[in-house]
Structures are given as C-alpha cells and as structure tokens.
Ligand binder design. Structure first.
Ligand code: UD1
Length: 422
C-alpha cells in the first residue's frame, strides 16, 4: 500500500514555484477538442486527474503527446463522441466533455461523473445550460445522451455560480451559432484561464472573471498555445503547512490577490505575510492564534478547497476557530482522522469548531478525499513523531509529487509501499 511517511516537527524553509492549476488544466484539455487542430498547453502538472483526462482524449481519437510539463493535443483525428463509464467516474470534471463534444460533433454520450465524495453533486445546472443552447438530453439510468446539431446562442442565468456549469456552457456556446450570455457566471480565475485559451484558439469570449460571460459562437477555431495559471489551492496548502509546522516559505507564480482570503486568515493567526504581484512569503513561529469565523464562498470568497488544509493548520492555534462550509455537505470527513492526531474539532452539520491543542501527535491516518488528504499532510508535518498517511490516490489527483515538493522545503517525508503497521 502506498503511503506518505512524515516525521513531523521540522521547520519548513525555502522557495517553491507552484505548479499548474488542476482546475484550469482539466477544462482546457477538454476544450482542446473544439478546434479540430493542434493545441499546445504549457504548465500541465503531472496529476492523475490530468492523466485520466489525456486518456479520455486518446479514447476520443485525439493524438496526445507530453513533453515535460507541455501537452500537445491534436484533435483533428477525433472520431468518437462517447466516454466509457470507467473514465467518466475517475473525476468530476469529465462532465465538461459534454459541452466540448456537443460543440465539436453535435453529440455526446457520457454518464454521471465521479470525483471526491463531498456529498451530493448534482449536474442539473450543466444540463439546463446546455438545453438552453438547444441540446436535447436524455437521461437513462446513469447515462446521458446529448444531441445538439445546430446549437444556437442563448441567455443562460445560473441559479448558483457553478464553476463546472459555467465552463460547460462556455464550451458548448463556442459551437453554437450566435451570441450566448451567461449570467451569474462563476468568477474563479480558472474561468478566466479557459477564456484565454479559447481566445488563443480564435474564440471570441469576454467577461470571464466577472459575473457575465459573453461568447460569440460559431467561429472556426484554430491551433492555439497557452500557459495554464498556477494552482492557488496547492499554494494555500503549502502556506498552511508552513504556518502549522513553523518556518519561512516563499511561493512564486500565484497572483497575490487569488490568495488574499487565505493569507488574511494566517495574518490573523499571527503569521507574517508579505505579498508581491506573483509572490507570497509567509513566516510562522508555529504558535498560532485562533481567527474570526471562516465561511467558504464562491470566488473571490474563501475557497472551499482551501478549507481542509487551513483548518488543519489551526488545530494547534491557541483558542477556538469556527469554519462554516457553504458549498459541500460532506467536507469534514478528514476531521475524524485529524482527531486521531489529537486535534479537537466539533462538527455539527456545516459548522466545525476547532479548539487548538498545544501539540499534535503522529498517527496512521487515511485520506478520505483530495483536500482532506492535504489537511492530514499539513497536520502530520507539525505532529510529534512519525505519521503514515494512506489513501494517496486522492492526494495524487491534485498534488504533483507532494513528497518531493515538501522535501525541497526541508520536511522529512518519504513515499513508501510498506504495509501499515498494526
Ligand atoms: C469546482 C472545482 C472544485 C471546487 C468547486 C467549488 C473543478 C474541477 N472543481 O467544482 O475543486 O471545490 O468548483 O469551488 O474545477 N451545483 C448544483 N448543480 C449543478 C452544479 C453545481 O447544485 O449542476 C452546486 C454544487 O453542489 C455546489 C455548488 O453548486 O454546492 C458549487 O459547485 P460547482 O461550482 O459546480 O463545483 P464544481 O464545478 O463541481
């Protein structure tokens, strides 16, 4: 069994460039099918979710090549519009292929997507957005048959600013004749990144980053080259690790404003934080204070994906801190594992109250999902003794070689295939 073995209590020191954003690269790779041409995508992290997306592209008939962190997709050879259940279930973002395939081929045959078990994750907003553009979608059991020859532009008003539904609508709208306007669109930086890629391929998309995204569809797209933005959630995780274990780290490549809700928490907790345009520096003595309530919200609010690692960092803070999770119902499963390390956390529904303890102790724990795994890693780096974390298949979905990255910062971390000692 793969596990991370972490000897906690070492200060983290050093500088690190944050890798490309998982939540950007996945929709951008799906969007590569639109042009029927070559897309060159730089800064693609080596993550299992990225590899699964490349597998979907190959299944669809695309030619895919990786050279280091650059991926080249030639979608001129695409000859299918179905995605097998096994690949769909690998990750939630596979649902974005619906909009992309509809735009390219007028048809998509997929099934309900997988992803982290964070509670119910409906796709009703995706389906109604695609229907608004003229797609006919039949749901049979877990499978979805979408037809959309002759998609037309339209007005889409999302009732929730869903990231995935905004992306799906943007991709389908590129293949729809006329103008599409998405109201109450998600404003995440990853939406802006998708817009930049589409425009690099000759698309005409504007407004991403605001609540209204406008797409002039029906334009022939061409070869495009793009560099994926950095992963703000990875950055938040490494900042959490330094805040909790103590130390001084500098992260480069992430625009400071994308991290403001997270750095604000660490400033309140007593860390010293300095930011420049694309550089964040954090210094912590490891002795943190409790913070005012943290409530997750769509961008530019506090990101739900940063909630687990930041909460973990506050397990040793003096006093009590309150977290309110507004996006996903079941996002606190990792707190039961943190409790094995001595953390004191009370969860009631969507609220978690963390009461700091002077020290955490090492334990054998299992990552229940991707960001829950990040939280356990953060806590293990600060805990006394040797922790073992299993469930690495979750962590590998979103962190490129996390053990090596943490070693660069001076942590004592290794990845082994030993079985867990009883
Ligand atoms: C994306 C991110 C994920 C992040 C989340 C919120 C990717 C690959 N994943 O997920 O890491 O945690 O944004 O920032 O980019 N909803 C519905 N119906 C729908 C769609 C969503 O009710 O059809 C609800 C969800 O249950 C959730 C909220 O809307 O409560 C926001 O979800 P959404 O923004 O769609 O998240 P994802 O795109 O799945």
């Amino acid at each position: 069994m793969n596990q991370l073995v972490i000897s906690g209590g070492k200060r983290l020191e050093g500088s690190m460039e944050v890798h490309g954003a998982k939540n950007s690269v996945l929709p951008i790779l799906a969007a590569a099918v639109l042009s029927g041409s070559v897309s060159i995508i730089h800064n693609c992290p080596r993550l299992t979710d990225v590899e699964a997306t490349l597998e979907i592209l190959r299944h669809l008939g695309c030619r895919v090549q990786r050279e280091g962190h650059t991926v080249i997709v030639d979608s001129s050879t695409l000859d299918r519009c179905d995605i097998p259940e096994g690949l769909m279930r690998e990750m939630r973002s596979s649902v974005i292929f619906m909009g992309a395939l509809l735009a390219r081929t007028g048809e998509a045959r997929v099934c309900m997507p997988g992803g982290c078990e964070l509670g119910p994750r409906p796709i009703d907003l995706h389906l109604s957005a695609l229907r608004r553009l003229g797609a006919e979608i039949r749901e049979m059991g877990g499978s979805l048959r979408c037809r959309g020859r002759g998609l037309h532009g339209g007005e889409i008003a999302l009732t929730i600013p869903s990231v995935g539904a905004t992306e799906n609508a943007m991709l389908a709208a590129c293949g729809a004749e006329g103008l599409t306007v998405i109201y109450n669109a998600a404003r995440e930086p990853e939406i802006w990144d998708l817009q930049q890629f589409l425009n690099a391929c000759g698309g005409r998309v504007s407004g991403a980053g605001s609540s209204t995204v406008v797409i002039q569809g029906g334009r022939a797209l061409h070869t495009g080259e793009h560099r994926v933005i950095s992963d703000r959630i990875c950055a938040a995780t490494y900042l959490s690790a330094a805040a909790c274990a103590g130390g001084e780290v500098e992260l480069t490549g992430v625009p400071r404003e994308q991290l403001l809700p997270v750095t604000e928490v660490f400033v309140q907790a007593g860390c010293r934080v300095r930011t420049e345009a694309e550089r964040v520096w954090l210094r912590s003595e490891g002795a943190l204070k409790s913070v005012s309530p943290v409530r997750t919200a769509p961008y530019p609010g506090f990101p739900t994906d940063a909630q687990p690692p930041v909460l973990a960092a506050l397990c040793r803070a003096k006093g009590s801190s309150v977290f309110v999770e507004t996006m996903f119902e079941n996002r606190y499963r990792y707190t039961m594992e943190l409790a094995r390390m001595g953390a004191q956390i009370r969860v009631e529904g969507r609220v978690a109250v963390v009461t700091g303890v002077p020290c955490l102790s090492a334990a054998a724990v299992e990552a229940p999902d991707l960001r829950g795994g990040a939280a356990l890693t953060v806590a293990a780096l600060a805990a006394q003794g040797e922790s073992r974390i299993t469930g690495l298949r979750h962590i590998d979905r979103g962190y490129e070689d996390i053990a090596a990255r943490l070693r660069e910062l001076g942590a004592e971390v290794r990845r082994t295939t030993d079985s867990v000692s009883p």
